[in-house]
Design a protein around this ligand. Structure first.
Ligand code: FAD
Ligand code: SF4
Ligand code: SF4
Length: 479
């Protein structure tokens, strides 16, 4: 092993080629290319095959990273794919969009002074190659079962559960209020981080595996939750979190001020070739505008970088904390800066100025004081520090809360936490309603794709136990 691996001493960390910022600014294509075969093998060989691999410990899926790195270094790609896909339903997606600096790579313990192994890029390379070579086939269960499952929400949580349950032969029906499956992977996350054909080949594969999609169906409106429970032997709620947090400030109702997700969905739909009236009439198009995005998370970073690509005149990001205290990935801030975004750290909006349309954001400076019980420094306003930022499109990206599901589903017995997320029994992952399970952001609050996949896989196991017990109680049912 030692001969082939442990190359971190002689080989520097490398990533697939990153396109120059100038070229990136004018299209929505992903910014990284693909590793060449030799490069992927060389980078994989930097791994020192740790006895206790902290990369794996800090991957939410506990991916067997050292093994697939070693197999890639040895050129045994098909086996690398088998290992990688054993723990992850969407390795090529996680490889693209996980914040690796906070997860696997951030915990890679190559000797001090050497940069981590490029884990995400290798993970993406393995599965993209597997698709290209035709190694990835639709799931074929050993036998079909009669029991059926209704999944509400076709995001990564719902789809990961769907695939796991199809493997076991259950009849899986996924309901989504949108016209395409994929959840935020299709309509939230921009193309330059995750190209849509990458998501679409996954949703197609699942359909070819026998999952039935019911798109344009909103549970709670077109079909009630009780009706869904009657149709299926078990139900999974994986609806994500979508209620945008708002800003209460004078002028907040002016035209030209929009929610981040409305803006991103319009842009993604446009990229997918859909007619988008609110984009076509200029409302949600940043072209030629001075854009101000408020917020410091990944959604804000996606908005600023989308505005750059739409040809905005200027793009500024207003955030009340500083760079080191922002929730968004540092890697994404760097990309945004390279692409010409200006960050106004320690600044918060006080009012929106304009007659009918917004023309400026009045902001004030913030001082970060001592840390509170959560360890975060408390922001306080510096009196008399007002300044105006020119704006004719303002995008609010302050995070998301869950919708009021007991009301939406007209199901007061559906228990929620004080944050509005669904309450589940941690052991069974079942909600307060018998046979109704929940997973993903609707349980965790706004999180990550990789955590939704983790939850989807876990809940599939728990649902299977429930369904087996149910079938055993009804001797004529299958399984
Ligand atoms: P979702 O992906 O939100 O899917 C839920 C689905 O349920 C949606 O399709 C919705 O239409 C559907 N639905 C909701 N209510 C109903 C109903 N009543 N009836 C029928 N269907 C319904 N994570 C990362 O790991 N990396 C990133 O780079 C990243 N970037 C992000 C950028 C943005 C702009 C946003 C908003 C999020 C980002 N995330 C990122 C977070 C990630 O997308 C989510 O954590 C993840 O998608 C959650 O998965 P989910 O399956 O729980 O829900
Ligand atoms: Fe790293 Fe995410 Fe892949 Fe896990 S799933 S190995 S955290 S990129
Ligand atoms: Fe390899 Fe880094 Fe993981 Fe160690 S922590 S097994 S060096 S990738």
């Amino acid at each position: 092993m030692a001969e082939r691996m442990l190359k971190f001493v002689s080989v520097e960390k490398g990533m697939p080629d990153k396109r120059q910022a100038e070229a990136r600014r004018s299209d929505f294509n992903e910014i990284y290319g693909e590793f060449a075969r030799e490069k992927a093998a060389e980078q994989s060989a930097r791994c020192s095959q740790c006895g206790i691999p902290f990369c794996q410990v800090h991957c939410p899926l506990q991916n067997n990273i050292p093994d697939w790195l070693k197999l890639t270094a040895e050129g045994r790609l098909e086996e690398a794919y088998e290992v990688s896909s054993a723990t992850n339903n969407f390795p090529e997606i996680c490889g693209r969009i996980c914040p690796q600096d906070r997860l696997c790579e951030g915990n890679c313990v190559i000797e001090k002074g050497f940069e981590s192994v490029s884990i995400g890029a290798v993970e993406k390379y393995i599965t993209d190659t597997a698709f290209e070579r035709g190694w990835i086939k639709p799931v074929k269960p050993l036998r079909e079962l009669d029991q059926s499952i209704g999944i509400v929400g076709g995001g990564p949580g719902g789809l990961a559960a769907a695939e796991q349950l199809r493997r076991r032969g259950y009849q899986v029906h996924v309901y989504d209020r949108h016209d395409r499956m994929g959840g935020l992977m299709i309509y939230g996350i921009p193309n330059f981080k995750l190209e849509k054909p990458v998501v679409e080949r996954r949703t197609r594969l699942l359909a070819d595996s026998g999952a039935t999609y019911h798109s344009n169906v909103e549970i709670g409106r077109q079909i009630s939750l009780p009706e869904l429970r009657n149709r299926h032997d078990a139900v999974l709620i994986a609806t994500g979190v979508y209620r945008a947090r708002d800003i209460k400030a004078p002028g907040a109702g002016l035209a030209g001020i929009h929610e981040a997700l409305d803006y991103l969905i319009a842009s993604n739909r446009k990229g997918l070739g859909d007619p988008v009236p609110a984009f076509d009439d200029g409302t949600l198009d940043a072209r030629g505008k001075n854009v101000v995005v408020i917020g410091g998370g990944d959604t804000a970073m996606d908005c600023v970088r989308t505005a750059v690509r739409q040809g905005a005149k200027s793009v500024r990001c207003l955030y009340r904390r500083d760079r080191t205290n922002m929730p968004g990935s540092q890697r994404e801030v760097l990309h945004a800066e390279e692409e010409g975004v200006e960050f106004l750290w320690l600044s918060a909006p006080e009012a929106f100025l304009g007659d009918r349309y917004v023309r400026a954001v009045r902001a004030q400076r913030i001082h970060l004081g001592v840390a509170d019980s959560t360890g975060r420094q408390t922001p306080s306003i510096i009196e008399g520090s007002h300044f105006n930022v020119e704006a004719d499109l303002v995008i609010k990206a302050l995070g998301f809360d869950p919708e009021d599901l007991p009301v939406l589903f007209n199901e007061p017995e559906l228990a929620v936490t004080r944050w509005g997320t669904l309450k589940i029994d941690q052991r069974t992952m079942m909600t307060s309603l018998d046979g109704v399970f929940a997973a993903g952001d609707i349980v965790r609050g706004a999180s990550l794709v990789v955590w939704a996949v983790r939850d989807g896989r876990d809940v599939a196991d728990r649902m299977r136990s429930y369904l087996q017990a149910k079938a055993a109680a009804q001797p004529l049912a299958a399984d």
